[in-house]
Each structure stands twice: as C-alpha cells, then as structure tokens.
Design a protein around this ligand. Structure first.
Ligand SMILES: [Zn+2]
Length: 97
C-alpha cells in the first residue's frame, strides 16, 4: 500500500551547506513512514536498481518508465538519461570501494 507520493526528492547543482551537488530524498507525508531512512540505509541497492531501470529502458532520451516524473518541479526539463546512467554507474563504483 504505497505510491510515488510517499516519497519526494529535490536536487540542486550546488547546495551551500554541503558545498557540492546535492540530492535530498524525503518522506512525502508529515512525520514520514520511514521510506527515506530505509533508502539511506540501502543506498547501494537503490542506486543499482535505478541504474538497471534506466540503462535497460528501450527509449532514446528518457521516458516516464525510466527518468521522467509527474512530480518533477521543473517539468522534467533538466533530466538526462545518458547522464543518469553515467552518474549512477559512477556512484556504484564509489560505493563499492
Ligand atoms: Zn525510458
């Protein structure tokens, strides 16, 4: 019993408090149900799953099955399938060190 509205995300090219590109993932409901905490503790699995989903999708430049979201505050304008595959692959390599 869950849906995409249970969790949210926000990304920015630069966040002053971290001094680098930053992605926030949060529970979508006040008080949360714990999804973001589980995701934090299982980050490698989550990135691997995203990598597989996007890299195996048959679309050319992104679609609702891989990178597009109806919740995107920027109308999916800045999403890039190739960059998603490269970045998630790099993140998996870094996490395996
Ligand atoms: Zn796709």
């Amino acid at each position: 019993m869950n849906d995409r509205w249970d969790i949210g995300g926000l990304s920015t090219q630069f966040f002053p408090e971290t001094g680098r590109p930053t992605v926030f993932i949060y529970d979508g409901y006040e008080g949360g149900v714990g999804y973001s905490e589980v995701g934090f503790n299982r980050l490698g699995e989550m990135i691997k799953s995203a990598y597989k989903t996007v890299s195996r999708c048959r679309c050319v430049s992104g679609c609702p099955s891989c990178i597009y979201s109806p919740k995107c505050g920027n109308s999916n304008d800045y999403l890039d399938k190739t960059a998603t595959v490269l970045l998630s692959h790099r993140m998996l390599k870094e996490l395996s060190r």
